[in-house]
Design a protein around this ligand. Structure first.
Ligand code: 4FV
Length: 253
């Protein structure tokens, strides 16, 4: 079972996304547990102040260290081995490999910042890991926390219909997905690739590997560099490059 403790000023943001579909069922099945903790509940003053002006001046407000520290210490008093992640644009770019690694843990704190961010001292003292979901600025870390929870939870045994699909993920881990088709065989005049109707599973998996390699080569060559390619993959890539010179993005690749 994976336990997510969400530290946030807006706990209600987490109500609906996790009532629906796969994650909703995972909660019902007790495969994941989500606890939202309001940082404001850990303030000591009667006005429950959670932010203040930045030292050195400048725009916006900064989240105070004390309420965050007290909230994390409260959780750690229940489980000292909890792993604390701070969601921030300054963090490591999130990817599937990190989702895999985090899915092996059992208890995560996801610290959601607001305003200009948190006092850097509480980050230094309590963040075991800093993760970014992308090079853009959100109004808060909550949506980033939800992205992590979704990507991690679907890798937990029993959460997806069959664990095969998560394994298949790993096979295609570092490549873009191959194109998918479903009924009808002819949609607006476009046929499904013949091989997919052939029942020839060896030919189908070769075609899928080829299309995953082709898309990755066309759209994300940076991923191809990092991919662990088999000799067969290299043969397929030669074919693609031969073929590919003609095609450009938008050619439905
Ligand atoms: C973010 C990201 C992100 C920065 C200021 C919250 C905001 C505000 N978190 N990946 N990109 N956070 O934009 O994780 O406090």
């Amino acid at each position: 079972m994976m336990k997510f403790d969400i530290l946030t000023l807006f706990p209600n943001m987490f109500s609906s996304p996790f009532q629906e579909s796969i994650l909703g069922k995972a909660i019902e099945k007790g495969l994941i547990q989500i606890r939202t903790i309001n940082i404001r509940d850990f303030t000591l003053d009667k006005h429950q102040v959670v932010d203040d002006t930045p030292y050195g001046g400048g725009q916006g407000m900064v989240m105070k260290g004390e309420p965050i520290a007290r909230a994390i210490e409260w959780i750690k008093s229940q489980n000292p081995s909890v792993w604390t992640i701070y969601l921030t644009p300054q963090g490591k770019p999130f990817n599937q490999k990190m989702a895999q690694e985090l899915s092996n843990r059992s208890h995560l704190i996801l610290l959601c910042g607001r305003y200009e961010g948190i006092d850097d001292r509480v980050r230094k003292l309590f963040a075991d890991e800093e993760i970014s979901i992308g090079d853009y600025v959100l109004t808060g870390g909550e949506l980033a926390a939800m992205v992590l929870m979704d990507a991690i939870s679907r890798l937990l045994p029993g959460v997806l219909g069959s664990d095969r699909s998560a394994e298949e993920d790993s096979f295609f881990q570092s490549l873009l997905e191959y194109p998918q088709y479903t009924r009808p065989p002819n949609f607006r005049g476009i046929e499904v690739p013949e091989v997919l109707l052939s029942g020839n599973h060896a030919a189908i998996s070769r075609w899928r590997r080829m299309e995953a390699l082709r898309r990755t080569w066309m759209r994300r060559p940076d991923l191809l560099e990092k991919a662990s390619l088999s000799n067969e993959d290299r043969e397929l890539l030669k074919e693609i490059v031969e073929q590919g010179r003609g095609e450009k993005i938008g050619d439905g690749v």
